[in-house]
Design a protein around this ligand. Structure first.
Ligand SMILES: *Cc1c(COP(=O)(O)O)cnc(C)c1O
Length: 464
């Protein structure tokens, strides 16, 4: 194990050290390679050296380098090395973090990191929750708890449930509503305002209309940092509506939540503490490897009410006072100790370093916006917010419409094929837009300059 472990550590360290010399994304897995890796296992063993070599050449090469300094697409994943070590420790020791009595230490560590998160986003004492596979799992868990609070065991009322979110809400919220049994045409996707934010007045009106029609408002989902533009819904105003209506308020802070560690982020996210539940993704802006999401619930008893079940074969591990069986808080029984990677990653560097990296990423996106504004060929589609910027190439004389969209689609595809930088795209009010998201701690101002220069270069080659 020591020899193999050293080989693996060397492989990963070598990979990370050489990221700058690598493409950001390699596609085109050859059919022959695919057939080779799909070959059934032999009866006889194969040397680890050979297997590791095969993985590196035939498997790992065909992927995006998520932690690459020039990966500015989607939401980058950029774990710190101590956090990676935490993951390795969790799997090496193979703790069972589903029930308290068999892993008191790791479970206490999970409660500890959840308590950090609670304080960072200003939720009240007594808040509870759990670490999850990601923001999707966290959101689903919250919606199931909200459903239990709204209709209990009365399945006949499921068909009357409604959920409210803006047209900028993440697909995870819609999917959670569907899985929870909310009829698809009763998921109210409300049009966002000019700044891509949900309007509190729209929420109030939609709830009133639905109640008058005999429907049951299940939850309002607010975004605290949308994936599209980084927009933050007016949390306080919507919290007022939900308090008045007695409706569960869930905040999707999967992307933006940890920005609360910074001064300006804390200002933008100040209403988070009032929500009934909040989803935050450590595997995004807390520099923890995939998979690590989290859910905080103001009244953890509501979580337990929805999920607790004690079969006979688990009576030995029923949790007592001051103890939590995380299996009672979500759908997972066997679960790894995700707390280890969070704890190690945060403690090793200290909060100042993490806060500094989040701040720097926000600055980089703002710098990108400045560069876009000073380049006549480019146009800002949505200003830099929480590390996200939407922009497009706008050649003189080309009007808004399908031709301009198609041109930008070509630029986006050419950028991916070029391989030096990776950005992605989205649509805002129907218009195709390029989108960059900066999160990783390896990205420098020079990378941002290089990206904008390359977009212009690629656009000129495409005929701009
Ligand atoms: C990433 C993201 C999600 C989904 O979280 P996963 O960790 O990918 O499951 C939900 N909402 C927002 C705003 C996100 O950025």
């Amino acid at each position: 194990m020591q020899r193999l472990g050293r080989q693996v550590a060397d492989a990963v360290a070598g990979h990370l050290a050489s990221l700058r010399d690598q493409r950001v994304l390699t596609n085109g897995l050859p059919t022959a390679t695919r057939q080779r890796i799909a070959a059934p296992p032999d009866e006889t063993p194969v040397s680890f050296d050979h297997l590791l070599q095969t993985l590196q050449t035939d498997v790992f090469s065909y992927s995006a380098r998520e932690s690459h300094p020039r990966f500015m697409a989607y939401v980058p994943g950029c774990p710190s090395f101590p956090a990676v070590m935490g993951d390795w420790l969790a799997t090496g020791y193979n703790f069972f973090a589903g029930v308290w009595p068999v892993a008191e230490g790791p479970n206490a560590l999970e409660l500890a990191v959840l308590e950090w998160f609670r304080q960072w986003i200003g939720m009240p004492a007594g808040t509870g929750g759990l670490l999850t596979n990601g923001g999707s799992g966290a959101t689903l868990t919250a919606i199931i708890a909200a459903r239990h609070a709204a209709v209990g065991d009365d399945a006949s009322r499921l068909a009357r449930l409604t959920l409210y979110a803006s047209d900028q809400a993440h697909s995870a919220a819609l999917r959670a509503a569907w899985i929870a049994g909310v009829p698809r045409d009763q998921v109210r996707v409300l049009p966002s305002d000019a700044d891509y934010r949900l309007r509190a007045s729209d929420v109030r009106r939609a709830i009133a209309r639905d109640r008058a029609a005999g429907l049951i408002p299940l939850a309002v989902v607010v975004s605290a940092g949308t994936t599209n533009t980084g927009a933050v819904d007016p949390l306080d105003e919507i919290a007022d509506v939900c308090t008045a209506e007695g409706t569960w308020l869930h905040a999707d802070a999967a992307y933006g939540g940890f920005a609360a560690l910074t001064e300006r982020g804390a200002r933008m996210l100040s209403g988070l503490g009032r929500c009934d539940s909040v989803a935050l993704d450590p595997h995004k802006w807390l520099f923890v490897p995939f998979e690590c999401g989290s859910l905080l619930v103001r009244e953890p008893e509501r979580l337990r009410a929805a999920f607790h079940v004690l079969p006979d074969y688990l009576r030995d591990v029923a949790a007592g006072q001051d103890a939590v069986n995380f299996a009672d808080y979500g759908e997972q029984l066997t679960r790894q100790s995700r707390a280890l990677k969070v704890w190690l990653g945060v403690k090793y560097f200290g909060l100042a370093a993490i806060r500094g990296e989040i701040d720097r990423a926000i600055d980089h996106a703002a710098y990108a916006e400045h560069l876009v504004r000073s380049q006549p060929l480019l146009e800002v589609m949505s200003p830099a917010q929480l590390g996200v910027l939407c922009f497009r190439v706008h050649p003189a004389g080309m009007d808004d419409g399908p031709a301009l969209d198609a041109f930008n689609e070509r630029v986006n595809a050419a950028m991916s094929a070029d391989g030096r930088y990776l950005i992605s795209s989205t649509r805002l009010r129907g218009a195709f837009t390029l989108r960059l998201c900066i999160l990783g701690f390896r990205t420098t101002a020079a990378d941002v300059e290089g990206l904008i220069r390359t977009v212009v270069e690629v656009a000129r080659q495409a005929g701009a």
